[in-house]
Design a protein around this ligand. Structure first.
Ligand SMILES: NC(=O)c1ccc[n+]([C@@H]2O[C@H](COP(=O)([O-])OP(=O)(O)OC[C@H]3O[C@@H](n4cnc5c(N)ncnc54)[C@H](OP(=O)(O)O)[C@@H]3O)[C@@H](O)[C@H]2O)c1
Length: 324
């Protein structure tokens, strides 16, 4: 038997149901995992609420760490007892044990603890591709990063500042501003009170920034475009405040021949070699202390609904894990 969280309908946090389930043997290409820590991500909220539609009923969650208990036919690289983590794959990470395809799994080095892995795989792989592939951030750049004290935010602040990039981060409170600064964010903007584009222009002596990383969506879209320098890149990678409404593409001309991309982790990690390269890069910066990872909130798996409430109400900072 296993305990898992499933949804039978979309809606508020109360649709998350803690249920018993039976666990079969792994089939070809599959593994059975005992999970020790599960990652909470904002995409879980979009899927639970119906913003990203799912066939129902459904498991939920895309990230966890744990131990391989059994492997099915054709799984050559894993064996029982291996410590693993994943970000992606079929929904159903909110569980104490599960059977899933081996494809998304990566082995954990000794330097990475299970709770760190669950706190960083999805958000850290995202930070990696945003920084190293969507744009190639480098020494001397200045970028605008929204929700800088969030899960992706704190990882990206640390990684960017280690590369010599000046990060201007938006945050929802003074406490979050202090946290972002402690993680390498050079300038913070309290975007509930301050005009984002005006502050960016002040900080950059009128130039604007060449890149905006925008995961807030509806509420920040216009200010993000107004913060870019000519030929700047708008990276719209999330919608914590709601989906970005349709926009007139001609705005990109009048605001300085701008570029827009809407990337996903799934696209960037679709090839196994890209997943392994990104995971190894993430493990390296965590192991050498460049990027520090700690789950700043931890909840019993059974209390996932409360974790969702807190995440949606902007009460969390950094990464959050659920403990089965
Ligand atoms: N495209 C991809 O590949 C990809 C992958 C991973 C994550 N993401 C996106 O990246 C974002 C961050 O994910 P995360 O899991 O690390 O979450 P998170 O940043 O820890 O949490 C979201 C944060 O967004 C801010 N926010 C602003 N307006 C909000 C609103 N109306 N409601 C709720 N929060 C609001 C809050 O910070 P303040 O209080 O400081 O405003 C909140 O803490 C999400 O949009 C997620 O979907 C995208």
């Amino acid at each position: 038997m296993t305990k898992q969280i499933r949804i039978h309908e979309t809606g508020g946090p109360d649709v998350l149901r803690y249920e018993d389930a039976t666990l079969g043997a792994p089939g070809p290409g599959q593994v059975r995992l005992r999970q020790t820590a599960v990652g909470l991500n904002f995409i879980d909220v979009y899927q639970r609420s119906g913003l990203y539609p799912l066939p129902l009923p459904s498991g939920i969650g895309l990230e966890a760490a744990g131990i391989v208990e059994a492997v099915g036919d054709g799984v050559a690289d894993l064996r029982p007892g291996d410590r693993i983590a994943y970000a992606g794959g079929p929904l159903g990470a909110y569980a104490d044990a599960r059977v899933m395809p081996a494809g998304p799994l990566v082995k954990l080095p000794d330097a990475i603890k299970d709770e760190q892995a669950a706190a960083m795989m999805l958000q850290g792989l995202t930070a990696h591709y945003l920084i190293h592939r969507t744009c190639r951030a480098k020494l001397g750049d200045t970028v605008l990063l929204h929700a800088a004290a969030g899960g992706v935010g704190l990882i990206a602040c640390q990684w960017l500042s280690a590369l010599g990039v000046t990060v201007i981060g938006t945050v929802g409170s003074e406490e979050k501003a202090a946290l972002a600064r402690a993680h390498g964010c050079a300038h913070t903007i309290l975007y509930r009170d301050e005009n984002i584009a005006e502050r960016v222009r002040d900080i950059t002596n009128g130039a604007g920034v060449p890149v905006v990383f925008d995961s807030v969506g509806k509420d920040t879209w216009a200010a993000s475009l107004d913060s870019l320098s000519p030929l700047g890149l708008m990276v719209s990678y999330g919608n914590a405040s709601g989906a970005v409404p349709p926009f007139a593409v001609g705005q990109l001309a009048s605001k300085g021949s701008l570029f827009v991309t809407r990337p996903t982790l799934a696209t960037y990690m679709a090839r196994r070699e890209d997943l392994e390269a990104a995971a190894n890069a993430l493990f390296a910066v965590v192991a050498d202390g460049t990027v520090k990872i700690a789950a700043l909130q931890s909840y019993p798996l059974a209390d996932a609904a409360q974790a969702h409430r807190d995440l949606e109400a902007r009460r969390t900072s950094g990464s959050t894990i659920l403990i089965p």
